[in-house]
Design a protein around this ligand. Structure first.
Ligand SMILES: Cc1ncc(COP(=O)(O)O)c(C=O)c1O
Length: 377
């Protein structure tokens, strides 16, 4: 089998036999002509299958070593589709410092419907082991987590979940298949916000699901078609285009992130740095075992929270904007942005404080990024 870099670089490049198009064509067709009654080209209606989306989905599946991949209109639409596998009365165990939007989906949409989520520190395997109940049907891991970069041991936890008859779902947004392949570690389902590293250019909102079992693939395919939150052909093409350079972007982003994390650790106005690539991070060893890289997300606490407004308005190389994973470096204030939907007392317990900033490190010259932070700090 070809290596990941080859699969990604040539995604869609051999699809169009008729013209030999090297770039996958964008199939702007909602519907497809049937050759005759009872016959199909394999494409009937674009909610069910569209050639551009299909090539993207096959690429995502190949990258993750999955049975099948699915592209959705956003990361949250992808997670929503996966949670529809469960029934009222079922319980999900989830990482406690989840992305705020996932927390909102679980609490505001699925809880009233009867699917209840309990939150646990998934960096603590013993705490997870103690949290299973007979109603637990899934373990939902976000690892490394957002924004504190806590690391869950996917192999150990997937084993635990399986012993309890529960599925393991991993939000692999921060790692991508380039650094971490949860299906190979025992998870059954992987979800992505494709908006982030997979797309990589902050120009598309997208989501993805990959699954390691044929029965689950069939059910997700049914949900994708029945609920209909598909990714359109233009956005599928943007994601395919982004995926071609994923390894190159991520290598540079990680190199920049390591350098900035070390620099921040030495800065007198920074009291704490959360980056799993630092040997001092509690998840460092686990991530080293289960992934081939440490990512390019860093959170840090500043000594004086009163300076945060000036930091956010003063940055010049960083952009003060939500989201992450693109070639442009971004800075966010989780308490007020990505995690605003989490109750203040829960945020306080988790350590998402009013002195915490999160940066997504891009591909710029790291000297400019460092100088920028030096200026505002
Ligand atoms: C870890 C993680 N999962 C899921 C999502 C949701 O993805 P989207 O914004 O594409 O719906 C995000 C978005 O920030 C995220 O950071």
């Amino acid at each position: 089998m070809a290596h990941l870099e080859t699969i990604l670089a040539q995604a869609g490049s051999r699809w169009d036999e008729r013209t030999g198009a090297v770039s996958m064509p964008v199939y702007h067709s909602a519907t497809f002509r049937h050759p005759a009654l009872g016959q199909s080209t394999g494409f009937d209606y674009s909610r069910t299958a569209n050639p551009t989306r299909q090539v993207l989905e096959e690429t995502l599946a190949a990258a993750d070593g999955a049975v099948r991949g699915f592209a959705f209109s956003s990361g949250l639409a992808a997670i929503d589709a996966v949670i529809r596998l469960f029934q009222p009365g079922d319980q999900i165990l989830a990482t406690e410092d989840l992305y705020g939007g996932t927390f909102r989906l679980f609490e505001k949409l699925f809880r009233p419907y009867g699917i209840e989520t309990a939150y646990v520190d998934t960096a603590d395997t013993a705490a997870v082991a103690a949290a299973f109940t007979p109603r637990t049907k899934a373990l939902f891991l976000e690892t490394p987590s957002n924004p504190l970069l806590n690391v869950a041991d996917i192999r150990d936890l997937a084993g635990l979940a399986r012993a309890h008859g529960a599925l393991t779902i991993v939000d692999n947004t921060f790692m991508t298949p380039f650094w971490q392949r949860p299906l190979e570690l025992g998870a059954e389902i992987v979800v992505y916000s494709g908006t982030k590293y997979l797309g990589g250019h902050d120009d598309v909102v997208a989501g993805a699901v990959t699954v390691g079992r044929a029965d689950l693939a069939e059910r997700i395919a049914f949900i994708q078609n029945a609920a209909g939150a598909i990714l359109g052909p233009d956005d599928s093409w943007l994601l395919l285009r982004g995926l071609k350079t994923l390894p190159l972007r991520l290598e540079r982003q990680e190199e920049n992130a390591r350098s900035l994390a070390e620099w921040l650790s030495r800065h007198p106005r920074v009291t704490k740095v959360f980056y799993p690539g630092l040997a001092s991070h509690p998840g460092h060893e686990t991530l080293r075992r289960q992934a081939s890289g440490f990512g390019a997300m860093i959170s840090f606490e500043v000594a004086d929270p009163a300076r945060i407004p000036q930091i956010l308005s003063g940055v010049k190389a960083f952009l003060f904007a939500e989201s992450l994973g693109g070639v442009e470096s971004l800075i966010t204030f989780p308490v007020a942005q990505t995690h605003a939907d989490i109750a203040p007392e829960i945020r306080a317990r988790l350590g998402i404080s009013d002195r915490l900033l999160r940066i997504s490190v891009g591909i710029e010259d790291v000297r400019d990024l460092e100088q920028d932070l030096a200026n505002v700090l």
